[in-house]
Ligand binder design. Structure first.
Ligand SMILES: [Co+2]
Length: 361
């Protein structure tokens, strides 16, 4: 899942509900970005071509959300869902932006297990997507596959979220609630899965094409994946967290795409969303440096138009682009190791393939 970005207010962000809030401390950003061509990327040639090629899709509308699913007693829950309370000291300490938690070798293994489970569950969900499937059915699969592995579906009851995963279709940027809507030919959907395994969260998301998606949509999905992988390639001990956003924006901008700024990646571990805030756009925020043992997510949301503004539905979660252009997202949970980075939610041999892998095969 993505996390609300509050810029210089990192301490507050670490505990705030992940929905759109008025931006605080934006003066520093304004001053630091004036005169550097920062802001709305001008739509280049590729962007204009893409705009012409974009199909007219019906806007996504809310469907009926079914009752919350049960989780058996024997499954360990996170504290927000009625599990054992976190010790106040560890909770408080992990809120300071300069205090990014360094995982012990045992904790790293815990994160590896959580990442592996999240990947398996996400793959199962992606493989079930067909024209006519409801997002509710996808949620049921995520729920069952998570429980089958002795894990808890982290989004369930997180700040009141009613379902076990997020399903974000077309212009939905993130946090779509699975409901009765049937998937249509030409839809593109992000499925965001987080699993809580023996006290650790693993978080990943992926795009799935439903039926036949137009070329402009396919390009958006592919470039979004490339943005994530480029961002991962800058991760290693001593790298600046702010390098991540530069890598993403540099790749997205020539296509005339906008990088969503209202949500960011996040530190993750025993706590679902914590420091650091991982910004996906070019920035000079003092986000700190990566150290061996840091675990965090990168999850860029890339908009098909240069527009970066979002709005949230009255359900308090579903966030859409203001201009209705489609938005794509991929997410991995990462661990910084000696000499580089380990993708904890990496694909395995049985994973759901990227669409261009099957097309080119
Ligand atoms: Co996330």
């Amino acid at each position: 899942m993505a996390f609300v970005e509050t810029l210089s207010s990192t301490v507050a962000a670490a505990t705030s509900r992940p929905r759109r809030v008025p931006r605080r401390g934006s003066l520093a950003l304004w001053l630091s970005t004036r005169g550097r061509g920062f802001g709305k990327p001008a739509a280049g040639q590729k962007g204009r071509e893409a705009a012409r090629a974009r199909p007219r899709l019906e806007p996504v509308r809310p469907g009926t959300v079914s009752a919350t699913r049960a989780v058996p007693e024997h499954i360990l829950r996170p504290d927000y869902a009625g599990g054992p309370k976190q010790k106040w000291a560890s909770r408080l300490l992990s809120r300071f932006p300069w205090d990014i938690e360094v995982k012990t070798p045992e904790e790293m293994d815990g994160m590896r297990r959580a990442g592996k489970v999240a990947r398996e569950v996400l793959d199962a969900a992606c493989k079930a997507v067909r024209v006519g499937t409801t997002t509710e059915e996808i949620d049921a699969i995520v729920h069952e596959e998570t429980l089958k592995r002795g894990a808890y579906p982290s989004p369930l009851l997180y700040q009141g979220f009613p379902k076990s995963c997020c399903t974000s279709i077309n212009e939905v940027v993130c946090h779509g609630i699975p409901d009765s809507r049937q998937l249509r030919d030409g839809d593109m959907m992000n499925i965001d899965v987080t699993c809580y395994v023996d006290g650790f969260h693993g978080d990943c998301s992926e795009m799935v094409l439903v039926g036949e998606v137009d070329d402009a949509g396919k390009q958006l999905v592919r470039v979004t994946y490339e943005c994530l992988m480029r961002a991962i390639s800058v991760c290693r001990p001593d790298a600046e967290y702010s390098d991540i956003g530069c890598a993403i924006e540099e790749h997205a901008k020539p296509y005339g795409y906008g990088v969503i700024r209202d949500f960011c990646g996040h530190g993750i571990g025993r706590v679902f969303h914590t420091v650091p805030n991982v910004l996906h756009y070019r920035n000079r925020e003092p986000l700190g440096r990566m150290r061996v043992g840091h675990t965090f997510t990168i999850e860029p949301m890339i908009n098909e138009s240069a527009e970066v503004r979002t709005r949230t539905w009255p359900d308090g979660w579903t966030t859409v682009t203001v201009d209705g252009a489609r938005s794509a997202q991929y997410e991995h949970t990462l661990l910084i190791v000696e000499g580089g980075v380990e993708i904890l939610t990496r694909k395995n041999g049985d994973s759901f393939p990227l669409f261009w892998e099957t097309e080119e095969a």
